[in-house]
Design a protein around this ligand. Structure first.
Ligand code: ADP
Ligand code: MG
Length: 559
């Protein structure tokens, strides 16, 4: 049996166009071919699990190899394979129509870079690096004949009866002159590490050295020897695919190390898990911000069914969370489209909103359940929270209850707590309150001391985001002005007529109380030091009603 044919296509020069468009991103051919092999393997496993395959399943893994001499790369699987009919249908017609559609859509696109890596070009991306591609396959179906497909990158193909005896598919690429970099093992290892690290089916690429124990020497010391073991690229069950209930803190920390080997421990994490109205799993980590404030973007990796897609998560992740680390996996994010389409995509918007909500909920929970620990992390979390409040109204509505301000004494307050805290020594309830803040505690020290001496409280707002935060809060807080402590004489900043006159701090209060207590030296009397209006006495000495009566009785001779 031999059959020749022409791939149904209108654009004669499809391959040059594919090559041109994906020029800087040739490496994705491997992602596409390996994920096809994984798909076929998973289908095979599912069929076996359903009892629809009675044969020997064997070891279902994908193998990638390079032959430098022959200038070939092969991708082999033990998946479902294809019959000649299926090749015609899936490779000649359907896969090709995908590639054609790609070219049709984007041959006029101005910015080719925008779409690179976003379009799963599928099987035909092989022609970005190969002049000649062969498929050797045997379907799992009983009595199936092996089939071999050869195509030289023109629209001509050839199908012959193959020789393959083992179920599955091998794709052989005859690497073209421009792509010989892919005949280097290190290059392939690299690409596999990038795209295949968490694929659900084992991917083997050659062998690697491993140190194993080899008995003991004469002094009883352990001996080691080097052996060759399979070089397996991937962790087939990454943490985000597991149930949060089965995981410990250590699991999350270890996975973080797996993702970012040389990073400091993260502060905390959020396990995302949703299946309606879109499918999404993932883990987001809050990193410790570096002191030198080096912005690390693109630390979140986007996957689609465990296939790495990109670390450009703009639009999918709210902008204020772009500094987070971790992974997001969703088959519902359209990957085969341009940036502008991504922005207007309904699912992407929903996912963005969902992530924002989840982060708010987690922060709220941490704040409520573990306030102390939350406060200790505030210096790192604060940036996200404030940025989020400024840029996302829904986030603001939740965050207003867990955003913190710290005063110069190092005490943290929520906004509501702070309002109450300063009310006591500033104003009548419905008049203006003034939040005093310092942007540089060392430089503004004399102003801070002056304000604190007069009984006012001063908060510290000294991070880069704070000036924006202050502007935003001024539009949000009612009856409240936010003023820098050195902006003017303190008595002008806080209008004298509108506040009570006597203001002393707790320490002074205690000192005054101590003097009175000592002088009176009688437990029957209660000394109270209250910050009252200037006309009133600042100190009151009181005695409970019944005691005073007793005293009166004694004085009148028990009458
Ligand atoms: P997609 O993977 O999005 O369907 P591709 O162009 O990558 O598009 O592949 C087209 C089709 O070819 C697949 O859907 C599948 O039916 C078939 N195919 C490709 N590679 C293999 C393989 N290794 N084993 C079995 N079938 C395959
Ligand atoms: Mg595919």
């Amino acid at each position: 049996m031999q059959e020749k044919g022409t791939i149904s296509i209108h654009t004669e020069n499809i391959f040059p166009i594919i090559k041109k468009f994906l020029y800087s991103d040739h490496e994705i051919f491997l992602r596409e071919l390996v994920s096809n092999a994984v798909d076929a393997s998973q289908k095979m496993k599912r069929l076996a699990a359903l009892g629809e395959y009675k044969g020997d399943l064997g070891e279902v893994r994908v193998e990638v190899s390079v032959n430098k001499k022959k200038k070939t790369i092969t991708i082999s699987d033990r998946g479902i394979g294809m019959t000649a009919e299926e090749i015609k249908k899936y490779i000649n017609q359907i896969a090709f129509s995908g590639a054609t559609e790609f070219v049709e859509k984007f041959k006029d696109a101005g910015d080719a870079k925008e779409i690179i890596g976003k379009f799963g070009l599928g099987f035909y991306s092989a022609f970005m690096v190969a002049d000649n591609v062969e498929i050797d396959t045997l379907s799992y179906q009983e009595g199936a004949e092996p089939a071999k497909w050869i195509c030289d990158g023109s629209t001509e193909f050839e199908i012959t009866k193959g020789k393959r005896k083992e179920r599955g598919t091998t794709i052989t690429l005859h690497v073209n002159k421009d792509s010989e970099e892919f005949l280097e093992e290190s290059r392939i290892q690299n690409v596999l590490d990038k795209y295949a690290k968490f694929l659900p089916i084992e991917v083997k690429f050659g062998e690697k050295d491993k140190q194993v124990e080899d008995g003991e020497d004469k002094e009883g010391k352990k001996k080691w020897k080097t052996v060759k073991v399979d070089n397996i690229i991937n962790n087939t069950t990454p943490l985000w695919t597991k149930s949060p209930n089965d995981l410990t803190d250590e699991d999350y920390l270890n996975f973080y190390k797996e993702l970012y080997p040389f990073s400091e421990e993260p502060l905390f994490w959020i396990h995302l898990n949703v299946d309606y109205p879109f499918e999404l799993t993932g883990i987001l980590y809050f990193p410790k911000l570096k002191k030198d404030f080096e912005i690390q973007k693109n630390k979140i990796q986007l996957y689609s069914r465990q296939v790495f897609i990109t670390d450009e998560t703009k639009d999918v992740v709210p902008e204020f969370l772009m500094l987070l680390h971790g992974v997001i996996d969703s088959p519902d994010i359209p990957l085969n489209v341009s940036r502008s389409y991504l922005q207007s995509d309904g699912n992407v918007k929903k996912i963005n909103t969902y992530i924002s909500k989840k982060v708010a909920d987690k922060l709220s929970e941490l704040f409520k359940k573990e306030r102390e620990s939350y406060e200790s992390k505030w210096e790192d979390i604060g940036l996200f929270v404030k940025y989020g409040m400024i840029s996302d109204e829904k986030f603001y509505d939740k965050a207003k209850d867990f955003v913190l301000v710290k005063n110069t004494a190092g005490k943290y307050f929520t906004m509501e707590e702070y309002g109450t805290h300063i009310e006591a020594n500033q104003v009548d309830k419905d008049k203006n309150k003034v939040w005093l803040y310092a942007t540089n505690v060392a430089k503004q020290d004399t102003f801070i001391t002056d304000a604190v001496d007069k009984g006012y409280d001063v908060i510290v707002l000294d991070t880069p985001i704070d000036s924006h935060f202050i502007n935003h809060m001024e539009t949000k807080l009612e009856n409240t002005q936010i003023k820098r402590v050195d902006a003017d004489n303190i008595d002008k900043l806080i209008d004298k007529d509108e506040k009570r006159e006597l203001v002393i701090n707790d320490e002074q209060k205690e000192a005054v109380k101590g003097i009175f207590d000592k002088a009176i030296n009688n437990k029957a009397y209660t000394v109270a030091v209250e910050p009252l209006a200037p006309s009133d006495a600042p100190v009151s000495v009181t005695m409970p009603e019944f005691m005073r009566r007793m005293k009166d009785m004694q004085a009148t001779g028990g009458g």
